[in-house]
Design a binder for this molecule. Sequence first.
Ligand SMILES: Cc1ncc(COP(=O)(O)O)c(C=O)c1O
Length: 367
Amino acid sequence: MKFPAFEMERMQSVWEHKVKYDLSESGVEPLTLEEAARDVKELLKTKLGYAEGVGLESTRTFVSEFHWKSTAENVVITTGTSEANFLTLLALVNAGDEVVVVMPNYMQVHGVAQGLGARVREVWLREERGWTIDLEALTAAVNAKTKVVCVCTPNNPTGQVLSSREVDEICRVATRHGAWILADEVYRGAEREGSESASFAGRGERIVVTGGLSKAYGLPGLRVGWVVAPVETAQAVLKLKDYSTIAPSSVSEVLADIALARRPKLLERTRFLVNERWPALEDWASGRSRELHWTPPVAGAICFFSYRYPIDSMPLVDRLIRDYSTMIVPGVHFKAERHLRIGFGGPSHILHAGLAALDRLLATIGD
Ligand SMILES: Cc1ncc(COP(=O)(O)O)c(C=O)c1O
């Protein structure tokens, strides 16, 4: 097994606690422990033994409630959505399989599929059509060798969502060839307006939905995620988890249960934050509409810009980090050169100062 470097996470891991202005984050300002716990005194009574590997029955029931046709039996609690994606691919993919990745995407699935010896075929969302799915290209890419189709909706890095009809179409294409779908829905619930975006849950026999508390709930530090899968697949994931993290953190599982019990409140908080902060980024970008192009995000606290400055994205971000103590994500980390992902969910003063730093850098580059 040879895993390619996960470039974005590597960069964030090195710099996120060192730079002054981190606009590389894709979530919203996190809750404090006090806000998450409701009753901190009660939390202090938590026994720090091993939690049950699969997760609390009550937490799994909460998760099943917002995944159509699922019960607690279909849910395994994991250490973040990362572990959920990792174990799902480990359970489904063998060397020599083909894995279709709808791009751009969180590159974990791309790298893990490669690491497991699969051939990755990319199907790109169409930027010129507002980053929508190209169903013809998908149909052409999926075949009898395809083991899994990986989709991320709401999408990282574009913030766009698949419609219910598109979700059905993707299911139809995969089903025709007996392929699985791995739908990473970690941003679901972070829509700026309207109801929650369409989920893949319950739309077929071979569907695994992953998600977690890191983005729409503002609780990345808990490291809580989930796999929602057919019972046999959930069991296969659980058996692999015995080799990875064994069980959820016992403190996190208590906090996760509290969070999911007040899901509507936390999602409302996230919606408030993305709506409060998006205008600042949009205003900034509007002042540069000759050099930047973007489709406003439907969900999540990220926007994916293409740009016309005569510099590649990695050297641009390198300079931004080193000379201006500010981090955004270079498009090359999504295999989309001359693009930038900017996160706007953090504290407003960080967003403003980070954008001012980016302005100063761009002034030295010209167009
Ligand atoms: C689409 C997607 N999936 C998974 C993750 C990792 O999430 P977690 O913190 O829950 O492991 C991220 C983090 O940025 C993401 O964007």
